[in-house]
Design a protein around this ligand. Structure first.
Ligand code: AMP
Ligand code: MG
Length: 487
């Protein structure tokens, strides 16, 4: 276990130099205070969890102090936003403080979001508000606990500094951890600004540090791109299987590691709705829940375009062709497990689709349905769940197919079935209204609800005593909260 001053840095990205990032010091927050910290994320840095409560913790992650070895840098990138190319983006309010390596030899980027203006701030104020910082914190840690690849969050630091969004809010910072903060948009930036040397340097950096095993392949860059395709397909399969809607899948928000990245107006589905749009500025539904699958491929082709200097177009096309089959395989595998199935049959896809259609028509709660399906035997569970459906004849027909399918699947006890299903079907999910309650309390100075919600969501598959209120459908006011993309 380390104290805060014992972190060891190795700032590999900063060493790429000024073509890739700009040195900027954080602008400190007034009266920094700890809102919430993640012990699990602290463990990634070998940090003793007790240090979160010390004043120096809030000073470090509130921008007041820096380690001598830190080298804060704002990264430059660009990207396709809502389908159109924006030539110049970058860390407008975030700073890569440095890369810490832990005892296991892993490097973790420390990235402070809300750290003030940078050369890439454009019209922005360089700040992040408490509301969005709490949302990013809760989501990163909750996705990780569900087994969905994601950036992590170490802590949120609150302050008294006023920040203007639709109304006056308070500024905050979230400390994000990831093994890399390189986005698809980094490659696009050097490609479209016609800087082949820097682009080659970036590609080499990513290959050597993040995809070293691909160097053994005859075409290392192609192997790396294939791996990026597969990781993204797997990540999006998990989003779809668990009802996560990202909301702003611009290529500057897509990680080169295939982890969920840059949380804005995201949402987990309450009622199943394939057409759900969580970002209220996404008028055309480009990033609606079901569109996430084709958009994943669209984003990968934008990256592929930027990789044409290193990989032939035919090979890139072939690798892109792997996306849908990878996605389908991961998605179906997870959905089978969510249904309690251990074997594969050709018609399983139809069984899943049939269920989703019925859930869509009846507005059935996506998370609780699967949890309850495992509570009892298939026969008893469908009897109890039947009341949630409007199309009873349709549900009965589906239930009959499901029961027959479960019977063919194997001979196991209900104990075994429940254990297996509850291990993949969460009881607790980050519902928008739960986040909203925690934010309202935090804005009034009470951080206990954020901390409790974070704790509950860190073990989403485990029933926790006294936490029934976190495993309910939303109340009427919390059903269709409009999430602003201002953050
Ligand atoms: P986002 O929609 O949060 O992914 O941000 C898109 C771009 O706008 C990124 O380059 C951000 O760094 C930048 N940005 C977002 N909010 C702000 C802000 N308040 N101040 C400065 N830059 C911002
Ligand atoms: Mg972004």
């Amino acid at each position: 276990m380390k104290a805060l001053d014992e972190l060891t840095f190795d700032n590999r990205f900063a060493r790429l130099g000024d073509a890739f990032s700009t040195h900027v010091l954080p602008e400190p927050l007034d009266e920094p205070r700890l809102v919430v910290a993640s012990k699990a994320a602290m463990a990634l840095l070998d940090l003793d969890p007790a240090v979160a409560e010390t004043p120096v913790f809030a000073e470090l992650f509130g921008g007041h102090k820096l380690w001598a070895e830190a080298e804060p840098r704002a990264m430059v990138y660009s990207g396709h936003q809502f389908g159109g190319y924006t030539p110049q983006l970058g860390d407008g309010r975030g700073l890569l403080l440095g890369e810490v390596y832990n005892q296991a030899g892993e490097h973790w980027d420390l990235h402070l979001k809300g750290a003030g203006m940078t050369p890439y701030s454009r019209m922005g104020d360089g700040r992040a508000v408490l509301r969005s910082s709490i949302r990013e914190f809760l989501a990163s840690e909750a996705l990780h606990a569900l087994g969905i690849p994601s950036s992590r969050a170490l802590c949120v630091i609150g302050s008294s500094i006023p920040v203007w969004r639709e109304k006056q809010e308070r500024g905050a910072m979230v400390l994000r951890l990831a093994q890399s903060h390189i986005r698809f948009g980094h490659f696009e930036y050097f490609y479209y600004t016609k800087k082949p040397e820097q682009q080659a340097e970036l590609a080499k950096h990513v290959l050597n540090l993040h995809y070293p095993e691909c160097r053994e392949q005859p075409e290392p860059y192609l192997a790396m791109f294939r791996e990026i395709v597969e990781r993204n397909a797997e990540m999006i399969a998990k989003w779809q299987a668990y009802g996560f809607c990202h909301g702003v899948m611009n290529t500057d928000n897509m990680s080169i590691l295939g982890i969920t990245f840059d949380f804005g107006p995201f949402a987990f589905l309450d009622d199943f709705d394939a057409h759900f749009i969580c970002n209220h500025s996404d008028h055309e539904g480009r990033y609606s829940f079901s569109n996430q699958v084709p958009i994943g491929q669209w984003n990968l082709s934008a990256l592929a375009q930027a990789l044409t200097p290193f990989i032939s177009v035919d090979a890139l096309k072939e690798a892109l062709g792997l996306y849908l089959p990878f996605y389908q395989a991961h998605y179906l595998d997870l959905m089978r497990r969510r249904l309690g199935l251990t074997t594969a049959e050709d018609d399983d896809q139809k069984l899943v689709e049939g269920l989703l259609k019925l859930m869509q028509n009846s507005g059935v709660d996506y998370t609780l349905f699967f949890r309850r399906l495992g509570d009892e035997s298939a026969e008893l569970a469908v009897k109890r769940l039947r009341d949630d459906f409007v199309d009873l004849a349709g549900f009965d027909a589906w239930a009959e197919r499901y029961i027959a399918r479960v019977a063919r699947d194997g001979d196991y006890t209900q104990e075994q079935r429940r254990g297996r299903m509850h291990a993949v079907n969460p009881l607790y999910i980050l519902r928008n209204y739960l986040a909203q309650n925690a934010i309202a309390a935090a804005e009034a100075g009470d951080y206990s609800e954020v901390r409790r919600l974070h704790e509950v969501l860190s073990k989403p598959f485990e029933e926790q005593a006294g936490m029934e209120q976190y495993a309910q459908r939303p109340p009427d006011w919390g059903k269709h909260l409009e999430i602003s993309c201002s953050s």
